[in-house]
Design a protein around this ligand. Structure first.
Ligand code: GTP
Ligand code: MG
Length: 395
């Protein structure tokens, strides 16, 4: 048996990647990412540990074996605390475990140089991975879509490249969890590729590289990898930690691998959001439809959005009259990491604006009034400062 990739081993042994990395950490084994390979003897060790853990768990109420690891030493503050504290804690009623915040699907943005195949790649994924539903009443264009992969849902933001990404980010909202940099294998790194990489780095969003158009005879994926290395982005095969996936949006080659890597990256990011919490979201884009009115694409980030909810964006509010999902189907509610087209704003909100919900219309008005007042106060203060400064400077 030779070396094994970490995620393959995790899959084979039926544990998640995070658990596998935890085990490797505890053994002091170094790795770059879940696709790094590990030695055979480490594999054996891991199997042994998991087996023992399994036995310990199935030994039910049996007392812990003498060889069980000692609990980690308490931090210094706790150590110096009076003994009574520990006793008191031990005697206290066992607390109900905090409800686990559920995982949410990753939101992925695709960036890269002009014509390197971003739209084609998304089209390929959309065609093969989005179950087409019957189109609903209102127009279908939602600047985001959901794909189903073997590992669950992945949400792609399908707006023109990094423009949307930067405007949204400029407003302080990070919608994307993962960035995919698309680089054409026959063209390698171009100015906008470097820009895209810089954006992903500035946003501290994990980045995957898709080397596209590998079906072309003049494709040279090795050159792309070498060029990336010069930017200090070292592909895994070269000993670095950058995941690079060769793909073709034309033949579909490698697309499944790309989706798999997206899911792996998401799993490590441990993305969570509470569908039962307060709703908040971000405007992805909006436009005015002559017949329907203002249509805004909202990415739900926390909580759940319902038809009938009152929403506040900037200094405007609206009531959700109808919602459509990214397949154009009418829906009544949408949980975290769901892009939805919302009908009900009176004015078109801008990309990147934050959206919150209000209990009722009165509360919505109240929030708007506070915001208007806050803005006026700030404006007045600024005018006052300017005046004072002018007076100080004299005529
Ligand atoms: P912009 O939106 O203008 O920045 O371009 P883009 O990155 O979205 O590229 P787009 O998907 O429009 O593709 C540009 C051209 O490359 C089109 O003619 C595609 O048919 C072609 N193309 C995209 N992907 C592939 C591929 O994998 N193989 C081949 N042979 N052609 C591709
Ligand atoms: Mg495009």
């Amino acid at each position: 048996m030779s070396k094994v990739r970490i995620y393959t081993l995790a899959k084979d042994l039926g544990v998640d990647n995070a658990k596998m990395l935890e085990l490797l950490d505890s053994l002091g084994v170094s790795y770059k990412s879940v696709s790094s390979t590990i030695e055979e003897d480490t594999v054996e060790l891991i199997k042994q540990i998991l087996e023992e853990e399994g036995q310990a768990a199935s030994a039910d109420a049996a007392p812990a074996p003498a060889s069980a690891p000692q609990p980690a030493p308490a931090p210094p503050e706790a150590q110096s605390a009076p003994q009574a504290t520990a006793t008191a804690t031990a005697e206290r009623e066992p607390q109900a475990p905090a409800r686990e915040v559920p995982h949410r699907a990753p939101v992925v943005t695709i960036m890269g140089h002009v014509d390197h195949g971003k739209t084609s790649l998304l089209d390929y994924i959309r065609k093969t991975k989005v179950a087409a539903k019957e189109a609903g009443g209102i127009t279908q264009h939602v600047g985001a879509f959901e794909a189903k992969t073997s590992k669950g849902r992945v949400v792609f933001i399908d707006t023109p490249g990094h423009e949307a990404f930067t405007t949204i980010r400029a407003r302080g909202a990070n919608v994307a969890d993962i960035a995919i940099i698309v680089i054409a294998a026959d063209d390698s790194l171009m100015p906008q590729t470097r820009e895209a990489i810089a954006h992903a780095q500035a946003a501290k969003v994990p980045m995957l590289v898709a080397i596209n158009k590998v079906d072309l005879p003049q494709a040279d994926p090795e050159r792309v990898k070498t060029d990336l290395t010069q930017l200090n982005l070292v592909p895994e095969e070269y000993g670095g930690d950058l995941i690079v996936v060769p793909v073709s949006a034309k033949t579909g080659e490698g697309v499944e691998d790309l989706l798999e890597y997206i899911s792996l990256t998401a799993e490590l990011e441990d993305l969570r959001a509470d569908p039962k919490g307060d709703f908040s979201g971000v405007i992805i884009e909006s436009r005015v439809d002559r017949q329907a009115g203002v249509l805004a694409t909202v990415m739900v980030q926390q909580g759940t959005l319902h038809v009938g909810d009152f929403l506040v964006v900037g200094e405007n509010y609206g009531k959700v009259k109808a919602m459509t999902d990214s397949n154009g189907g009418r829906i009544k509610e949408a949980g975290p990491s769901t892009p939805v087209q919302v009908l009900g704003f009176s004015e078109a909100p801008s990309s990147g604006e934050k959206v919150v919900s209000a209990k009722n219309e009165h509360a919505a008005r109240e929030i708007v009034a506070q915001r208007v007042e806050g803005r006026r106060d700030a404006e007045n203060a600024r005018i006052q400062r300017k005046k004072t400064l002018e007076e100080m400077m004299g005529p």
